[in-house]
Structure formats: structure tokens, C-alpha cells
Design a protein around this ligand. Sequence first.
Ligand code: SAH
Ligand code: SF4
Length: 442
Amino acid sequence: MNIRDTEIIAQTLAESGYIESPSIEKAHLVVLNTCSIRAKAEQKVFSLLGSLRKAKKRNPALKICVAGCVAQQEGQKIIKRMPHVDLVIGTQHIYNLPTLLRQSSKHSNIAINLSDTYEIPRFVPRLSTADAQAGSPAPPLDMQFSRFVTIMQGCNNFCTYCVVPYTRGREVSRNVKDIIEEIRKSVDSGVCEITLLGQNVNSYGQSNSVMTNGLPCSFSMLLRQVAQVDGLKRLRFTTSHPKDLSDELISCFAEIDNLCPQFHLPVQSGSDAVLRRMNRKYTTTDYRRKVEKLLNARQDLALTTDIIVGFPGETEQDFQQTIDLLEDIRYHGSFSFKYSDRPGIKASHLDGKIEEHVKGERLQIFQKRQDEISLERNKEYIGKSLLILVESVNYNKLAGRTATNHIVHAGLSPSQVIRPGEFVNVLITSAGNHSLKADLLP
Ligand code: SAH
Ligand code: SF4
């Protein structure tokens, strides 16, 4: 979500005449788009701001703007702690950055109000340089073939460990017409893969009653319409909340050809007691049942998840249940984190905080086992022929992605001319725990 927001910030600035600077020394403006999901991400912001103080001393005309979730959460406190910061803008204000920059002064250098009736502004992606060079045989090197499209913002779920409902506000879905227009424009300019983005895409359309063809639009209805955009080869989405994963969405995996066989379904913990305290609103039995249905709809689905270890009150037995779930489902991969206390979240008031070293040990145990399972899973692809979308070509090597979102590296002979954005068939020859190696097929 932050990567996409940063692209939007860059585009709105470019439309107002800003050009990208090769270095901080030469820049007139630095924007830090920040994340506050865990304490470590926030600490990085303040340490980077500390080093920007020197840049500002050397060049007093430099403007420094802090955007995103840390800006939303800390507001005025950022300027108190770091007086060299010129502007603080919250998560709902990124589309107005150029205007805010013009208006900012010593008296009005903060825009962090969150609105419950926020409407995501209409946004048309900048045409890639490919359009400017229509007819040219080779796409430009900076062309992107894979893009994110935000379909909703905010969250209403209030998982007790999470700052997102406070930093991004209530859930708001974009209307179908704007989403399709953004995707069509991207595809017309050469993009072949789209990832739809939201904190919980499964509840798309519900909070502000999005309609399509006179009917309330569910996420699976949106997915079916997006999939039909002419020229769209691959469609993905993230993230899904298990409690809102419907049978209707599961059947999309059996029915939509360009929907990639990949699903990120964060479980967070394998213990029902912990899930209850996290306010996740499903049990591990519900979760396992949904996974089974997904795999019935699409046998080649690559499943990934998010895990938090060391949530307050997590016992050794609770943690063991998370390992048991990992052993049963055998995720292709996962993102796992030590529970991090954040300001304002309910879990920060819970008893039974787990000591840092215990969290560290549990994380290590989980990640070691996940790495082994990822490797075993990846080895299952050896000997298979797969279609990859080429992302980069470097001398005699290329890297691309499978439909299941696995990274593949392959060698190139000097006579082979392949460009990013092409689909090529490869034969998988070996596997690591984070990527696959392959030979190109004729
Ligand atoms: N909306 C997404 C998650 C966004 S945050 C969803 O519900 O899946 C991404 C991940 O960060 C979460 O899935 C969770 O695993 C992790 N996370 C969030 N808050 C955290 C915290 N306080 N400490 C540790 N990990 C956290
Ligand atoms: Fe955070 Fe839960 Fe919302 Fe995801 S669903 S953003 S974890 S509150």
C-alpha cells in the first residue's frame, strides 16, 4: 500500500512540475512516506530524519515532508521533536501534496485530519514512456509491466494488535468505474499484470455500498469485471481477511482464467485463544475449512500467510499450535513478526507481555521451519515447465515471476534477445527457499 501511495505522491509532484532528483544534496524537497505498523519501521523514520538535519543545514532551502502512517499517528509531535521538518501530511492527504506544499508556512504545516466520509480521489496513471514511443520495437527500460491499483483504503476490523484503523481511518471503497479506468489505462500503456490492493479486499464495497449494474458490488463481482479488461494477462490481489473470504470468491479461482493461482491469507496464530484476544473473529477450524475449499477450487494454488509470535499471553502451547498449523498447511511462504507494542492499540493494555528474547526464539523456530517447508514446496516445481513474466534482463541472466508469484532466475545465451515484459516458458531445474532456477524453453 505504501509503495502505491509513494507512486501516487511522485506522480502528483511530477504533474506539478517537480522532477526526480539524483541525490538529497541536489533536492529541493524530500518526502518520507512512512509506516508505523511495527516500532522498528517508525524508529527508521526518526533516524533518517535525524540525518536529514545535516542536509538541511547545508541547504536551508530544502523542504522536508513526512507523509503516511507515522505522520498520521504523531502529527505535531514530529515537528516538536524534529523542528527541521516543514510539513506533516496524513494518509488521506497524499493526493493534495503539491497544494499543501504551496500553502505550508510556519503556521499551517500539518494536515492530518481523518474523515469518515473520505472519497478516494479519481486517479489516472501517468502514461508510460511506451506511449510516447509508440511504434518503437523495444519498450523503454523504466517501463513497469506489473502495477498495484488501490481499490479501498482504511479498515474497520480493529484487530487488537494493529494501528491501521487509527492511521488510515474507516474503510472506504473506490467506485468500480474509476478502478476499471485506471486499470484500462495501465493495460493500454503496456502493463500486463495488476495487483488489487486493500487492507481487507474481501469486504470491498460493503462500508460505502458500492453499486455495479444496479446491484451492490462484492469483491468477487469487481474481480470478474477487472479480469475482462482487454489485454490484462495476470490478476492478483492482497490482502484478504479470513473471516470475509466467501464461497463466491473461492469459486473465482476455478472460473477466472487470468486470476493467478496465489493467495495470501494471513492467519496470525494457530491458537484459538490467541485469535480471540486478537479479535480476529475466526477459529483455526474455520480457517482450515476455507483453505481446504480454496485448494479444491484450484489445486496449484500457492498459499502464503502472516504470523505474529509473542502476542500478549501466548503460551508455549499456543505457539506450538502455530507450528502445528504450519506443518498441516505447509505454506509456500510467510511473513512473520514479533508482536510489537504500538501506541493506542488494545493489545498494549493486555497482561502477559512476552519477553523480547522469548519472542526472538519463537520467531527463529518458526522461520527456520518455514524456510525448510518453502524449500520442500519449491522443489515440487523441479522438472515442471512454467510460464514466467520477465521482470529484468541483465547481460546473460534474466529474472521473472511465475503465476504462483515465485521468482525464477534463468541463464541467457548471447544470441537470445528477451526483454522485460515478455512471457517465456521455462523448465525449472533447481530450487532455493526463496527462488527457483530454470532453463529457457524454445
Ligand atoms: N490488512 C492486512 C494486514 C496489514 S498489516 C491483514 O489483515 O492481513 C501486515 C501484517 O503486519 C499483519 O498481517 C500482521 O501480521 C503484522 N502486524 C500488524 N500489527 C503488528 C504488530 N503490532 N506487531 C507485529 N506485527 C504486526
Ligand atoms: Fe490491521 Fe486487522 Fe485491519 Fe488487517 S484487518 S489492517 S490486521 S486491523
